[in-house]
Design a protein around this ligand. Structure first.
Ligand code: ATP
Length: 140
């Protein structure tokens, strides 16, 4: 089933989520404050817009409230990440998944209502370890 997803923050993580969801056939609105990041996903999203993710007016005018799912991928600017999470939740987006850079960031995001918090490096590290572990069966 086609989903409506808004991806906010188009660094390495956000842009890769955006491209993959779009390739899978979903409707993807991509948002970043940096015009170059937005241009880079222009052909790999349904709509790509320059906006400030901490500005409620920007989020409202882009119709973020109409999306079922949001991925917020702002890692370095903790304040922007938290504010954006609060606003997107307040707008009524059902599932808000947010990237965190560390455990402290994760705890704050959980408190303000993030539905899922992702630490990509941690999760990928665990996944790679399991791949290595499962290879012992093949190697033996
Ligand atoms: P990566 O996924 O590359 O590891 P990162 O975790 O280092 O990224 P940042 O580089 O801090 O995260 O942010 C990712 C993106 O979010 C950047 O492209 C940046 O322009 C964008 N961004 C940061 N703050 C805002 C904001 N207030 N509004 C819109 N976009 C923002």
């Amino acid at each position: 089933m086609k989903k409506q997803v808004v991806v906010i923050g188009l660094g390495r993580f956000g842009s890769s989520v955006c491209r993959e969801l779009y390739a899978l056939g979903h409707e993807v609105l991509a948002i970043d404050q940096d015009v170059e990041k937005v241009d880079a996903v222009n052909d790999f999203s349904s709509q790509a817009s320059v906006a400030n993710a901490t500005d409620e007016k920007d989020l409202k005018s882009l119709g973020v409230r109409n999306f079922q799912h949001a991925i917020i991928a702002i890692g370095d600017d903790l304040q922007a990440s938290v504010l954006c999470t609060l606003m997107v939740k307040d707008l009524g987006v059902e599932k808000v998944w947010v990237k965190a850079r560390d455990l402290q960031h994760q705890k704050i995001l959980e408190k303000v209502g993030a539905d899922r918090v992702i630490q990509p490096e941690n999760e990928m590290g665990i996944r790679v370890a399991h791949h290595v572990d499962s290879e012992k069966i093949v190697d033996y």
